[in-house]
Design a protein. Structure first.
Lengths: 266, 129, 316
């Protein structure tokens, strides 16, 4: 009588809770791995190309007998951040449906997204420091001037590397989460309301840029309002601002993802 | 398969009874498991199980623990007896009622039955080579 | 791995409305109106450990109903509870139920631009009872390569992938929503056989929605018919079969037997009439029919389904 339901032991409430915790953990881990894998693959290519441009352009300019006004890191300010932002949009769009269909909760999706984005942010932070260090060494050798306008203006190179790493890691994580939140907004509210939501969702990005004086927003600010507080004050304010931006982005993603419905397919 | 008006489990039971009667399923022979039956005929296993359970109650099949279902010893004989008993009620009685309705005298019916009994070949087609 | 306890489900007074639309009324003010009501006060129970057929015309609310069980969506009002008997919970954002409920939709819910193996790995990672061997065997049988991208699969192959995910997840509640679409007949039959074989070996609750009623009705133990957002009936399929019968015979004799009963369908061929009637006949009535030369037959579930959900029947 195989069709009859077996009267197996029903899991007691705490056993169910333990199974639920395990399920959430598995689900969040899968999202994290997916995000990390995408950043290793696509992000890896981005950095290979970005590094090639960063080396090739000053080489070609000096071969042609010219002089660079500023480093690629300055003239292409914010490119890694926007790349991370776009990947954030794509990752949510690609993974949220299969995640829910495979039995993952929306909460676990957000948790995994935040963890994956944080790892990607750390990697981008380290790569940004490496890129800047490379330029700092390459440009004098080629006879180009090199000066960093963006950033929090720490003079000591070692300390600057640490601060830049932290600021970039926080900002890139924020960009990824805002990208994902915008995609979630479209999923949840459709085209019109989703587009309206883009505007408030850009607030964390602006905050991250302004606080860390990085990206496009940082470039604008450094031209308009030169640094005037002490270096210590700038660093503290900058990192606190970046953490606040990240918290805002994560909160927005959580609020938007938790209500997403998968509409019946047509 | 199983397109008749009765519920499917009734039709399944009828099919197995017919196979036992015809000797296609010998006594002590194993019958298909519920699962095999369900997948072969693409029916719900519960439906097949219901048919088998009914046949166990009737004594046509019996269950060997862990092995499966087998045709019960004496099942064919019991089914034959059962069918013989029901033959008069279910086959002959309506035929006689019909004869009465058509005004065929009972003697004619009896003569017809006796007439064909000696050889069973008095009616046309079977005589031809 | 032991087979988990099958899940059942219960819906009470469930209403689902999608979106709002703005409408101009007389004095040119905008009024918000609910655009579509997919479910309108649905109440039903899905028994654990049973294969239930979910039938309904297009737009009757089948996909909406199953999307609630898998927490793809949330009801506008009413309650949904899913779980083993005695421990049913609201599935929304409930990791315990969602990890044990597998809904396979016709769209497949795969990553279209990644190799199929990426999507399957995702399901394997999240599903606590996933059977990788079964998944591999089924994909071989359906002749689908895991190296293909789902976006490049034909509709039938995509359905085969959906069937594979539905079975390999071994979820205590598995819902297959029209997953046969695009499959050719031999593949569909193979799919039905695989469902039954795996169900017999690993008892669980399976909900199967389909338009091909005559092909799948024997797979069901229970049947639910939705009609225009409501539950028309939810009962064992044997009870549904008993809901109607056909009478075939001379017009006058049939008319006498039909008297006072609801006629679902009538067909006339010369002096012979065939009617489909609602309800069962008593033994006496059967005897009367036989005596009058009227043949009593059963009505295929498909026909009952069509008659019961006839658009002009506004009296449900």
């Amino acid at each position: 009588m195989s069709a009859q339901s077996s009267v197996a032991d029903r899991p007691a409430a705490d056993e169910r809770a333990a199974l639920a915790r395990a399920a959430r953990r598995r689900a969040a881990r899968s999202v994290r791995r997916y995000v990390v894998a995408a950043f290793i693959l696509v992000g890896g290519w981005f950095w290979v190309v970005y590094a090639l441009v960063g080396v090739a352009v000053p080489l070609l300019v000096s071969r042609a007998g010219g002089v660079m006004d500023e480093g690629i890191s300055e003239s292409s300010a914010g490119t890694p951040r926007w790349f991370a932002f776009v990947l954030g949009i794509i990752l949510l769009a690609a993974a949220l449906t299969i995640h829910v269909a495979a039995g993952g909760t929306r909460g676990a999706f957000t948790a995994g997204m935040v963890r994956g984005a944080a790892r990607a942010g750390l990697a981008f932070g380290a790569l940004t420091v490496a890129f800047l260090t490379g330029e700092r060494l390459l440009y004098p050798a080629l006879g180009h001037p090199w000066e960093r306008q963006a950033g929090l203006g720490v003079d000591d190179p070692a300390l600057d590397a640490v601060v830049t790493f932290a600021a970039e890691a926080l900002s890139v994580t924020t960009y990824i989460l805002v990208g994902a939140a915008i995609a979630a907004g479209y999923r949840r509210f459709g085209v019109w309301s989703g587009t309206v939501l883009v505007v408030p969702l850009l607030v964390p990005l602006a905050l991250a840029d302004l606080a860390t004086r990085g990206g496009v927003g940082g470039l604008v600010l450094s031209n308009v309002a030169p640094l005037d507080t002490t270096a210590a004050g700038r660093v503290v304010l900058g990192l606190v601002g970046a953490v606040a931006a990240l918290a805002l982005a994560a909160g927005a993603l959580h609020l938007l993802v938790r209500g997403v419905r998968l509409r019946p397919s047509t | 398969m199983f397109d008749g008006p009765e519920p499917i489990y009734v039709q399944i039971a009828q099919m197995i009874r017919a196979q036992v009667l015809a000797g296609e399923l010998a006594e002590e022979e194993q019958v298909m498991s519920t699962t095999q039956f369900a997948t072969t005929f693409r029916i719900n296993p519960a439906t097949a199980a219901k048919a088998f359970a009914g046949l166990v109650d009737e004594g046509v099949l019996y269950k060997r623990r862990g092995l499966g279902m087998f045709v019960a010893p004496g099942a064919r004989e019991r089914l034959l007896a059962e069918h013989r008993r029901r033959y008069f009620d279910e086959v002959l009685a309506p035929a006689l009622a019909q004869a009465e309705l058509l005004g065929i005298p009972a003697d004619d019916v009896a003569a017809y039955v006796r007439g064909r009994r000696p050889t069973g070949t008095t009616t046309d087609s079977k005589e031809r080579p | 791995m032991t087979t988990p306890t099958p899940f059942g489900a219960r819906l009470e007074h469930v209403v689902v409305r999608y979106g709002t639309r703005r409408e101009m009324v007389g004095d040119s003010t905008l009024v918000k109106r609910e655009a579509t009501t997919a479910l309108d006060g649905a109440t039903l129970t899905i028994r654990p450990g049973v294969i239930t057929g979910l039938l309904g015309r297009n737009g009757a609310g089948k996909s909406t109903l199953v999307s609630l069980l898998a927490a793809f969506a949330r009801p506008t009002s009413g309650t949904v509870a899913v779980g083993p008997e005695g421990a049913q919970e609201d599935p929304w954002e409930n990791a315990w139920t969602t990890s044990n409920v597998q809904l396979v939709r016709e769209s497949g819910d795969l990553m279209d631009d990644e190799k199929l193996s990426v999507s399957l790995d995702y399901y394997a990672d999240l599903r606590p009872h996933w059977d990788a061997d079964l998944a591999g065997r089924l994909l071989d049988r359906f002749e689908v390569s895991t190296r293909t991208k789902p976006g490049a699969l034909s509709r039938g192959k995509k359905s085969a992938v959906g069937a594979t995910i539905g079975l390999a997840s071994r979820a205590p509640l598995t819902i297959l929503d029209e997953v046969y679409l695009g499959m050719d007949a031999p593949t569909r039959y193979a799919f039905y056989s695989e469902v039954l074989a795996d169900y017999a070996e690993h008892p669980r609750t399976i909900v199967l929605s389909s338009h091909l009623v005559e092909e799948v009705e024997r797979l069901f133990e229970d049947v639910v018919i939705l009609d225009r957002g409501g539950v028309l009936l939810a009962e064992p399929v044997e009870d549904l079969r008993a809901r109607g019968h056909s009478l075939t015979g001379p017009a006058a004799a049939v008319a006498e037997l039909t008297d006072g009963r609801r006629v679902l369908h009538e067909q006339r061929l010369g002096g012979t009439v065939q009617v489909t009637l609602e309800g069962a006949l008593t033994d006496d009535e059967r005897a009367t029919a036989r005596a009058a030369g009227v043949e009593v037959g059963s009505v295929p579930v498909q026909d009952l389904f069509v008659h019961l959900t006839e658009p002009r029947r506004a009296d449900r």
